[in-house]
Design a protein around this ligand. Structure first.
Ligand SMILES: Nc1ncnc2c1ncn2[C@@H]1O[C@H](COP(=O)(O)OP(=O)(O)OP(=O)(O)O)[C@@H](O)[C@H]1O
Ligand SMILES: [Mg+2]
Length: 258
């Protein structure tokens, strides 16, 4: 059975894209079949895996086909990365999708309908969300079995989560009763600093009772930051790095959870 995980946080730059890529490749290394969906008009997941910005067929075309109700090949958009993950790419043309969705029938469920056409082929589909809670992110949360929330352990981290969790609750209530929280993942963690420890404690105190907080956190690392420009995961960049080990552990935790 396929598990669809949305990686979401409306706060920008908390490592959603980096986590989508490296969790995805981590799952491939555990023998899983994985598709990554770029649901962000910034197209960072697409570019971060070395695909060009002007790639011809994207998530936008797939969603448009669903909206218009025409027959199409759902695999037409799929790109294969050399590390074994499949990618459904995006670029800035996806920006218009928020508007197209506003007038579409069942507008919250367009992405879900598309992914249902792919589910037989994958063990995991990971959706990299954009930093907003607009229609595209609502579509991602409606399509997902669970949401993984990357959080940078900064002072205001717990604050922003309240809004996100409200939206998750709303989606669960209205469109997707099965939606779960996969967990909170601390990213860009400098655990040797006391303030990072304090901020993690604050998030744990506020949310630890209601939801899982992954045991493994992802360290801040120069190697991880460099992977995007190389178009590869941390595993291909330096398999023995702390970053690679932490994403391998995260993938194992995700598999254990299922
Ligand atoms: N563990 C890490 N250590 C160091 N740098 C990191 C780490 N994770 C991500 N980065 C860097 O931080 C920046 C933001 O990461 P990323 O793009 O993954 O965040 P995002 O949440 O997807 O951003 P956006 O909200 O714009 O989509 C990137 O330059 C990335 O290379
Ligand atoms: Mg991103």
């Amino acid at each position: 059975m396929c598990r669809v995980i949305a990686v979401a946080n409306q706060k920008g730059g908390v490592s959603k894209t980096t986590t989508s890529i490296n969790l995805g490749v981590g799952l491939v290394k555990l023998g899983k079949k994985v598709a990554l969906v770029d649901a962000d008009p910034q197209g960072h997941l697409t570019m971060g895996l070395g695909f060009p910005k002007n790639v011809r067929v994207t998530l936008k075309n797939m969603m448009e086909n669903i909206i218009m109700g025409i027959e199409f090949d759902p695999k037409e958009a799929i790109l294969s990365h050399k590390e074994g993950v499949d990618v459904i790419p995006a670029n800035k043309l996806l920006t218009g999708m928020d508007m197209s969705l506003l007038t579409a029938e069942d507008r919250e469920k367009v992405l879900r309908e598309y992914l249902e056409l792919l589910e037989d082929d994958y063990d995991y589909i990971i959706i990299d969300c954009m930093p907003s809670l607009g229609m595209l992110t609502i579509n991602a949360l409606s399509a997902a079995d669970s949401v993984l929330i990357p959080v940078q352990p900064q002072y205001y981290a717990a604050d922003g989560l309240t809004e996100l969790l409200k939206v998750v609750k709303g989606i669960k209530h209205r469109f997707n009763p099965e939606l779960e929280i996969e967990g909170i993942l601390f990213t860009m963690d400098s655990s040797r600093y006391n303030n990072s420890k304090r901020n993690k404690q604050a998030v744990k105190a506020a949310y630890g009772a209601e939801m899982r907080i992954f045991e493994q956190s992802i360290p801040r690392s120069e190697a991880i930051a460099e992977t995007a420009s190389e178009g590869i995961s941390i595993f291909a960049y330096d398999n023995r790095s702390k970053g690679a080990k932490s994403y391998a552990e995260l993938a194992q935790e995700v598999v254990n959870h299922a």
